[in-house]
Design a protein around this ligand. Structure first.
Ligand SMILES: C[S@@+](CC[C@H](N)C(=O)[O-])C[C@H]1O[C@@H](n2cnc3c(N)ncnc32)[C@H](O)[C@@H]1O
Length: 356
């Protein structure tokens, strides 16, 4: 190997330090899942300092493996270690993120998505060569479950408390009794939450992916909202029904091959004074302004999931998960909407409102 004299040794070391951190994080993803699946995080939450043997006993696992797992978590900063007592503690902040299913920062779902992209990477590699798409439905099932588990905490934290109240007139309509369509609803996390919050309204969840619709139906039954919440497999350009007061798209417009076609169908399915709510991953309009940790997560997911999903459908516009508001405005305007505004935002989401 020839020596590259233009290499700055300090910059090289800095970069290798970054890669080293990424290597540990990537490898630990499998262990975060292991902690989730074996109930290790939940057993540690609120339990105070535990030895490896105590955690193994609590969880019916093998102590030597647990000591290694705990050591990895201590090196990752996910648990703390007290050398004097040889105990490990899951701090309350980490417990919120790793052990509390309903908390707004619960993250194991994201790691299920990470597992799915590793499994599905060969399909994406082939698509890079062929230019073909890889449909949402062609991914490993871990993606569908992981997406629901990762997105639901954000919906619990924001949907009925800040996103819907930020829309013009919508909250009052939902409280009185309105017709709502949730398009690209996946496992129905958003649909069911809305049905729980607004019992006078009727909710119709649609997604082209029939297996997700099956799960949404079962989940609605378990939540006891099946009387006002129905699910049907249908694509965004031809879902049934009209006179909807609210049509909602949660993190799916950019996954569609023909978002303008979808926008046109939304316009036709809305009541005259109806609202289209579009929740999209947070993004600035220019790439250079998205080069941050959140943009990194979204661009990687977009490369592995969203862009191939759109390419797999008719037109294949491939907006990408970091389209930004200006590009989304173009799509919405081409679909015949005249009013468009950013209703609100979170660090992870843009909440956009369109009306005819
Ligand atoms: C990232 S997931 C979001 C799922 C759900 N909205 C949520 O927030 O949990 C994107 C969803 O869009 C759906 N989808 C993609 N293209 C679609 C289309 N053309 N018509 C209907 N659904 C579509 C996928 O099946 C998938 O469930």
């Amino acid at each position: 190997m020839s020596t590259n004299t233009s290499v700055d040794e300090t910059k090289l070391q800095e970069f290798m330090g970054r890669v080293l951190g990424d290597m540990g994080a990537a490898m630990n993803a499998a262990l975060v899942l292991l902690g989730d699946e074996l109930g290790l995080w939940k057993a540690m939450a609120g339990a105070g300092p535990l030895t490896a043997n105590q955690l193994a006993e609590k969880t019916g696992t093998f102590p030597r493996y647990i000591r290694e797992w705990l050591s990895a978590q201590a090196a990752s900063g996910y648990v703390t270690y007290d050398a004097a007592s040889e105990t490990f503690t899951l701090p309350p902040e980490q417990a919120m993120a790793l052990a509390q299913e309903g908390s707004p920062v619960f993250v194991p779902g994201a790691f299920e998505i990470i597992r799915s992209v590793m499994l599905d990477q060969p399909k994406i590699r082939d698509a890079f060569k062929s230019g073909e798409g890889v449909g949402w439905h062609e991914h490993s099932p871990q993606l569908f479950k992981g997406t629901e588990r990762f997105f639901r905490p954000g919906y619990i934290a924001n949907l009925t408390t800040s996103w819907i109240p930020a829309l013009e007139d919508v909250e009052e309509k939902l409280k009185r009794g309105a017709r709502v369509a949730d398009i690209g609803c996946g496992h129905g996390a958003s649909t069911i939450l809305m049905a729980e919050a607004y019992p006078e309204s009727e909710f119709f969840g649609f997604d082209y992916h029939a297996p997700s619709i099956e799960i949404a139906r079962m989940t609605a039954e378990m939540a006891g909202v099946q009387d006002r919440c129905t699910f049907e497999a249908a694509p965004s350009k031809s879902y049934p029904g009209e006179n909807y007061d609210l049509v909602a798209f949660f993190d799916c417009l950019h996954d569609m091959g023909d978002p303008v076609g979808a926008a046109t169908h939304v316009r036709q399915s809305l009541a005259p004074d109806g609202t289209w709510m579009i929740v999209e991953p947070f993004a600035h309009d220019r790439l250079e302004n998205n080069l941050n940790p959140i943009g990194r997560v979204f661009y990687t997911a977009s490369t592995l999931i969203c862009t191939p999903a759109s390419r797999a459908q008719e037109i294949g516009l491939a907006l990408g998960a970091q389209a930004g508001e200006a590009r989304l405005r173009e799509v919405v305007t081409k679909g015949g909407f005249t009013r468009f505004r950013r209703a609100t935002e979170t660090p992870f989401n843009l909440v956009l409102e369109a009306r005819v």
